[in-house]
Unconditional design. Structure first.
Length: 119
C-alpha cells in the first residue's frame, strides 16, 4: 500500500487501534488517545514509497481526577514515526525537545484502541 494518502482513499475518518492507543485521521489532521494522555497530528497522513511516515504533532499528558485551571496539562512537541504494512502500523513517538521516547505501539487499521483512561 505504498504512498498511502487517506485524503484520496477515504471520504470519512480512518481509525487505527492497539493496546493503550487509538488514532483517528481526518483529511488534514489526526487525533490520538492514550491511556493517560492525548495527542494531535499535524497535516495529512501519507506514507512514502517504503510505507514509512514521519509526522509532527503534540503529546499532552493527563492525570486522573479533576483538572485545575492553574495546573492545565502542557502539550509538548513530538514526532510520530512509523511504518504501515498489511494493515498494521508500527509507531514510535519521540519528544522533539529532548529526543526522549514516549513509547512504541502496534496498531491495526479499522480497530478500536483498548484505552484505560486515568481515573
Amino acid at each position: 500500500m505504498s504512498n498511502m494518502n487517506l485524503d484520496s482513499q477515504q471520504q470519512d475518518k480512518d481509525t487505527w487501534g492497539g493496546d493503550g492507543i487509538h488514532m483517528t485521521f481526518a483529511s488534514q489532521h489526526g487525533t490520538v488517545e492514550f491511556d493517560c494522555a492525548h495527542g494531535e497530528i499535524s497535516g495529512s497522513f501519507k506514507t512514502d514509497a517504503d510505507d514509512r511516515f514521519d509526522l509532527p504533532g503534540t503529546f499532552t499528558p493527563e492525570r486522573g481526577g479533576p483538572i485545575r485551571l492553574d495546573r492545565m496539562p502542557e502539550s509538548r512537541p513530538v514526532r510520530y514515526v512509523g511504518r504501515v504494512q498489511n494493515g498494521t502500523m508500527i509507531l514510535t513517538i519521540t519528544f522533539t525537545d529532548n529526543n526522549e521516547s514516549v513509547g512504541s505501539y502496534s496498531l491495526t487499521r479499522g480497530k478500536q484502541g483498548r484505552i484505560r483512561k486515568c481515573l
